[in-house]
Design a protein around this ligand. Structure first.
Ligand code: CA
Length: 224
């Protein structure tokens, strides 16, 4: 699950980002509305947290622009203002929910969970390839009808590969999606996780689904 946080106050941004990462979300932070729009255009986010007061533009304008560009990720507006009219303005601009600062982090996390679920309903809930099935609501994987217990990172990796199958997902993109934009991609973490997935998904089956594309990345598919 990947979240975009558009917030110019660094302390607030790092506090929220840390809390979300503890819940195993991957988080990208944008300090301006323009940067937020750029990131939302490049990457598909499960939820966007959008501050109303940004240095370069109003959060409402950012929200309007997201929807105008056909970006349908759920948007949670964050604001110091609590007036009913402004709340309505936000919802009119295409936001899904609204949270007034200061808020309890537990409240924010609960809202994000609800929005991510809502976003999943708009997209495919179950991803399939051959006898491999991923239930994105229940966070459950099955191969040949048998439950495969996965950690949250393994689940996220398999989800990404399935969403893109049968195309190749470059290593760098895996690192960006599953870990963090600024993660050092020189490590062999991706290989480690791919090997774990192979053990869990492919090991017991005569049909291997996870394939390495040497020097590029990985892909899921029935054929080599
Ligand atoms: Ca602000």
């Amino acid at each position: 699950m990947r979240i975009l946080l558009v917030e110019d106050e660094r302390k607030v941004a790092s506090f929220i980002a840390r809390a979300l990462r503890e819940q195993t979300y991957a988080v990208d932070v944008a300090e301006t509305g323009a940067r937020g729009l750029e990131l939302a255009w490049e990457t598909s986010y499960d939820t966007i947290l959008l501050d109303l007061r940004l240095p370069d533009m109003d959060g409402l304008v950012v929200c309007h622009e997201l929807r105008r560009r056909g970006i349908h990720s759920p948007v949670l507006m964050l604001t110091a203002r609590g007036l009913v009219e402004q709340r309505v303005e936000g919802l009119d601009a295409g936001a899904d929910d609204y949270l007034t600062k200061p808020f309890a982090i537990a409240e924010l996390l609960a809202r994000v969970r609800a929005l991510v679920r809502r976003g999943l309903k708009r997209s495919e809930a179950t991803l399939r390839l051959a006898d491999l099935e991923l239930d994105r609501h229940r966070r459950r994987a099955q191969r040949g009808g048998v439950n495969v217990p996965l950690t949250s990172k393994e689940f996220a990796l398999l989800e990404l590969l399935l969403l893109r199958a049968p195309e190749i997902v470059p290593r760098t993109e895996i690192v960006e999606h599953i870990w963090d934009v600024h993660f050092d991609s020189g490590t062999n973490l991706v290989e480690v996780y791919i090997n774990r997935l192979r053990q869990k998904i492919d090991h017991a089956s005569p049909v291997k689904l996870i394939h390495t594309v040497r020097g590029v990345g990985y892909r899921l598919g029935l054929k080599e």
